[in-house]
Design a protein. Structure first.
Length: 425
């Protein structure tokens, strides 16, 4: 069996989880992470190249005989990192830049959903502020306004009143607050219900779903406060039980994969559907072109397959149809964030207590760095602590028991990750 040199691109907890899972494969020889963090530095070799430096990453991979590059974040995918690696003869895991438009352009994704008959919110697209306001002022509220491009998770505004919508339109289309990402604005109806994430490996036409997960976006308990990159996640989510993963796959993920293939844009990688389970059935809020964060931190510990095997099958069009094998039980991931996040926050604060966490708890690093052997904070979301259990309630208890052992000044976290589903049994 040949062994591969593998590079993971990114510096978050998602990438630490990927490195952790890849390290378990007997097919992996040398493992690198660019740029990595304080956690990846312990189990891989960090490479000081930023994730959006796609030319430098492609050149480094070719020069260092990398056999596989696993791309974590959406930005390098949208910038064409996979395309550049392929031209250099380096195998890459992730969609091409044009296929990644399913995340990098919301208007493009919407047109694809309509073409594929995938259920989503009613919408309209504008690049002119006057026309956008003429449309928005007569809509039902709340109303959702989205910058078309990648806006670092800050491009979605839920307007509760016409006045708020008008201000959002002005901010995006006149003041250019979101830069190029906001040159086009998607205005959507507001969907009410329960949110759920369904991710799948896609090898062009075959779709192999993972177990459903549930992210918790808002910074405070009871889904209050501003949106974040994600304050925690659970898997599997039982919200999917009312429809079934097979049904959601055949009506949402498979039609999108087929539509892309029919357009001559075969999708190879992980396809992420953010769903709202409404009174009228599931609706797609968004598609992402990569593994989610923090969903990855709870999904990969449940994965009962060699990740390298899955990646190779995805890249070569040899996926086995049907759900990916999963371990029994539940996982609950709780994010510890810096004081002030998702606004301004301090960095460089010492982190203590990790040596007190029990051996069965997983701690994935995001905003951390090692300086002279000392672990310091280096971002907004600092750590994801993942507990496990035969029930969701047990997984939550395990996670929170260990969260309480970790300290850095100003650390905050939600205390209700998975609580609603656990209470429902």
């Amino acid at each position: 069996m040949s062994r591969w040199n593998v590079l993971v691109v990114g510096n978050g907890a998602r990438e630490h989880a990927l490195v952790w899972k890849l390290r378990q494969s007997p097919r992996v020889d040398h493992l690198f992470c660019a740029p990595g963090n304080g956690g990846t530095a312990v189990i891989a070799e960090n490479v000081p190249i930023a994730a959006n430096q796609v030319e430098a990453l492609a050149a480094w991979s070719a020069d260092n005989q990398i056999d596989l590059v696993v791309v974590g974040p959406e930005e390098p995918l949208a910038l064409g990192l996979v395309d550049r690696l392929t031209r250099r003869g380096v195998r890459a895991f992730g969609p091409t830049a044009v296929a990644a438009r399913i995340e990098s352009s919301k208007s493009w994704a919407k047109s694809l959903m309509v073409e594929a008959n995938v259920p989503t919110a009613a919408y309209a697209i504008f690049d002119d502020a006057v026309a956008a306001w003429e449309y928005a002022r007569i809509q039902r509220y709340p109303l959702v306004l989205k910058a078309d491009g990648l806006a670092a998770g800050k491009g979605v505004i839920i307007a509760m009143t016409p006045e708020e919508a008008k201000a959002a339109i002005r901010m995006a289309l006149e003041e250019r607050t979101f830069g190029e990402a906001g040159r086009t604005l998607v205005i959507e109806e507001f969907l009410a219900g329960e949110e759920m994430s369904l991710l799948a490996f896609v090898d062009g036409r075959t779709v192999a779903p993972l177990v459903p997960a549930r992210d918790h976006k808002r910074v405070d308990d009871d889904d209050t406060g501003p949106n974040t990159g994600g304050m925690g996640a659970i898997a599997p989510s039982r919200l999917a039980d009312r429809y079934g993963v097979e049904h959601l796959t055949s009506t949402i993920l498979q039609p999108i994969a087929s539509a892309l293939a029919d357009r001559g844009i075969p999708y190879h990688g992980v396809l992420y559907a953010g769903l709202m389970l409404t009174a009228d059935g599931p609706r797609v809020l968004e598609f992402n072109c990569r593994l989610g964060d923090p969903e990855t931190q709870v999904l990969l510990p449940l994965l009962d397959e060699d990740l390298v095997d899955l990646i190779e099958a995805t890249a070569t069009g040899q996926l086995t149809p049907g759900p990916v094998r999963a371990r029994a039980g539940y996982r609950c991931g709780v994010v510890l964030a810096s004081d002030g996040y998702p606004g301004a926050y301090p960095t460089g604060l010492p982190i203590s207590g990790l040596d007190q966490v029990d051996d069965e708890t997983l701690v994935f690093h995001a905003g951390t760095k090692l300086v002279d052997g000392l672990l310091l904070t280096a971002g907004g979301r600092v750590l994801t602590v993942v507990g496990h259990g035969e029930t969701l309630a047990a997984a939550r208890q395990h996670a929170y028991q260990n969260v309480e052992k970790i300290y850095f000044a100003g650390a905050h976290y939600r205390r209700d990750i998975g609580g609603r589903e656990a209470d429902q049994g």
